[in-house]
Design a protein around this ligand. Structure first.
Ligand code: SF4
Length: 307
């Protein structure tokens, strides 16, 4: 049996930065440091930071007055910022700069008197944060069928933004449907899907050919991990999302010659290595192919309070 690791895989620059922000906040301000929502969608990361003194909450109302509150990498709406302000919290913003860019774009479209169509997944925390930038003007669509049902006040004043962690191919279909139905819509030159999502999907697509099984290491709540599974399945390969090595079922490996292993942008490398160890236990003598690391060329500086 042969295992090939996808490259790039795992942590992106936004996740690296968000975790570093919580670690440095703990060092600088002492514990506890409060974090609004899971800092990134990975249980192991969250539990590790919790052990070091981070307390995870869903709303600023749960945080004592004057305490330190870190916003997660997914971003927040102005309503959450205002709620934190009302409690005099010392806010450190770990929103990924690529999400902040979408927030700014959404506010700019709203100021220019547009209605905004957001392409994204209902209930995802990033979508709540982006839609919250202009809540009365933003519509959410997930599929081309949603586009057909969409009702807008003025089809001549429409603009579009997307969640950063969508499937590149599915988003293309939704954007095409929007353009067909609303020819005057202002579509961004390219969607807002981030470099990390795009690169990890490309790598899985490339590996899926000639592979019998794709394993994606990532949390159930991780949008880009789920999308990696979908990308592999669309390529005609069996694929499973595993949160860690313990979730691999030996039955999946029956008759399998070649396995590709990838991981979402919030998955620590340590979990990927444990998956490889586990595969080695199931198939002693397994051959692991490790392509050279890809430098994605992206590093985000820490926010001013921690610089
Ligand atoms: S997946 Fe993309 S948008 Fe999300 S934190 Fe990483 S770089 Fe930022």
């Amino acid at each position: 049996m042969q295992v090939i690791l996808a490259e790039p895989r795992g942590f992106c620059a936004g996740v690296d930065r968000a975790i570093a922000i919580v670690e440095q906040a703990l060092e600088r301000f002492g514990k506890p440091v409060y974090v609004r929502h899971e800092i990134v969608h990975n249980r192991h990361v969250v539990e590790g930071l919790h052990r070091r003194g981070a307390i995870f909450v869903e709303h600023p109302a749960e945080v004592p007055e004057g305490a330190v509150l870190v916003f997660s990498a997914h971003g927040v709406s102005p309503a959450v910022v205002a709620a934190a302000g009302a409690r005099n919290l010392q806010v450190i913003d770990a929103t990924c700069p690529l999400v902040t860019k979408v927030h700014k774009q959404t506010r700019r479209f709203a100021r220019q008197d547009n209605e905004i169509v957001m392409v994204g997944h209902a209930g995802h925390v990033e979508v709540e944060g982006t839609m919250g930038q202009a809540p009365e003007r933003t519509h959410l669509v997930e599929t081309p069928e949603d586009v057909e049902r969409l009702e807008v006040a003025d089809a001549e004043r429409l603009a579009c933004v997307t969640q950063t962690t969508l499937s590149v191919d599915d988003t293309h279909d939704v954007l095409s449907a929007l353009q067909r139905r609303f020819p005057a819509i202002h579509l961004p030159k390219r969607d807002d899907i981030c470099y990390a999502t795009q690169n990890r999907q490309d790598a899985v697509k490339q590996l899926a050919e000639g592979t019998d099984l794709v394993l994606v290491v990532g949390s159930l709540a991780s949008s880009n991990s789920n999308r990696l599974v979908e990308v592999a399945v669309k390529c005609g390969v069996t694929a499973h999302l595993v949160q860690d090595a313990s979730e691999i079922e030996p039955g999946w490996l029956k008759g399998v010659q070649r396995i590709a292993v990838s991981a979402g942008a919030s998955t620590p490398e340590e979990l990927i290595q444990k998956v490889l160890e586990r595969l080695g236990e199931f198939a002693p003598g397994i051959e692991i192919e490790r392509p050279p690391a890809v430098d994605e060329g992206m590093v985000f500086p820490l926010p001013p309070p921690l610089r």
